[in-house]
Design a protein around this ligand. Structure first.
Ligand code: FES
Length: 172
């Protein structure tokens, strides 16, 4: 099976496996490398990893679906994760999520029509004292209000080109 990885990623994978006493221990490093290149971990990619590490596909899938930072489906260019756990929920987390969705005319977990974002819920982001909070890619935003979300969305629109009409998310 060939999942069309770059030479760099393949080299990295071949170098990382022998660093571990057991092949299977390299699984998270390999999954990260593939997701970084491909944007997500398709079932084909998971099967490829299983073959590489002499595991069954379900053993790989258990890892992929257990950790929230792995994705099985492509997402928009920017990832917006809104906390929905208790403090954030009580302080307007759901309203914040709606504001992000509205700004990009999109649904939860979907790629927005302009390809710019995917809005998702996240569990506690460990900043409960400044709820409601959200992460945009790797940056945390605290004490959010609907007004702040509007400003953030304007910034995203300025910084992130919309996908060309007809282009697929996989080409981003
Ligand atoms: S509840 Fe949202 S950060 Fe903890």
């Amino acid at each position: 099976m060939d999942i069309d990885l770059s030479k760099e990623t393949l080299t990295y994978i071949d170098e990382v496996i022998p660093r571990y006493p057991q092949k299977r221990s390299a699984i998270m490093m390999i999954l990260h490398a593939i997701q970084k290149e491909k944007g997500c971990l398709s079932l084909e990619a998971q099967e490829w990893v299983a073959e590489k590490l002499e595991l069954t596909p379900i053993q790989v899938r258990e890892v992929v679906t257990f950790y929230p930072f792995y994705r099985e489906h492509p997402i928009g260019k920017r990832q917006i994760r809104v906390c929905r756990t208790l403090s954030c929920a009580l302080n307007g987390g759901y309203r914040i999520c709606e504001a992000f969705k509205k700004a990009f005319d999109t649904e939860l977990d979907a790629i927005s029509p302009d390809g710019r974002v995917t809005v998702e819920f996240a569990e506690c982001l460990a900043c409960c004292g400044t709820a409601p909070v959200a992460m945009i890619d790797d940056t945390l935003y605290e004490n959010l209000t609907v007004e702040k979300v509007k400003d953030l969305c304007e910034e995203i629109k300025k910084e992130t080109p919309a996908r060309e009409v007809g282009a697929s998310a996989a080409n981003d």
